[in-house]
Design a protein around this ligand. Structure first.
Ligand code: ZN
Length: 196
């Protein structure tokens, strides 16, 4: 199910962490910008319990093709119990680019709705990052580390993350604690630059 990306967290060096984070900033700072413009709206949708509306809005910000995400599923029995969510991509034989995707959550919709907002944003932006990077045939698309960096970049969780990052990354992340400093410093420096 997640065969299009590998858990590479244990092999990343500090230098690679810096280079990969910069690469993600250069490729995807535009998503950060459009997300920032809609941050208040996204927060309000999540806080009011309109998960479907929030996901739809974020899908739009990633500029995935119309109808690319065909379905958002809850209580997915096919996921490992330890997974919070997954992106299933449909890729035609002989192609590297997916034509459709399904976003699945392990928990029921009410349980997903009760996940703290910053964590829910991380999960949604991580799974949609898989879709975006695979559509782009991005060179880091197979890296869970890079996918998590893109989620941090887009969600802005890197901005004020210090209180929360242990919770998020200890349990869910693909970024090793010894690389936090490098990843966050690089994101802070480059997340909102304009790349031409
Ligand atoms: Zn992933």
């Amino acid at each position: 199910m997640r065969s299009f990306a590998i858990d590479d967290r244990n092999t990343i060096t500090e230098k690679q962490a810096m280079v990969m984070t910069l690469d993600i900033c250069v490729s995807y700072a535009w998503i950060r910008k459009v997300f920032m413009c809609k941050q208040t709206e996204i927060n309000e949708l999540i806080d009011s319990g309109d998960l479907t509306g929030a996901i739809k809005l974020i899908i739009g910000l990633y500029r995935l093709p119309n109808q690319f995400i065909k379905r958002v599923g809850y209580s997915a029995k096919s996921l490992p119990i330890t997974a919070t969510a997954a992106m299933q991509l449909e890729t035609p034989v002989g192609s590297t680019r997916p034509i459709a995707g399904t976003l699945l959550f392990t928990a029921s919709k009410p349980d997903v709705t009760s996940i703290p907002r910053y964590r829910l944003l991380h999960v949604i932006t991580h799974e949609l990052a898989h879709a975006r990077m695979n559509l782009d045939d991005h060179k880091l698309r197979h890296s869970e580390f890079a996918t998590d960096v893109l989620a941090l970049l887009v969600s802005g969780n890197a901005q004020d993350f210090s209180d929360q990052m242990n919770d998020v990354f200890m349990e869910y992340g693909y970024i090793r604690p010894d690389l936090y400093r490098t990843v966050f410093a690089t994101l802070h420096r480059h997340a909102e630059n304009i790349y031409l």
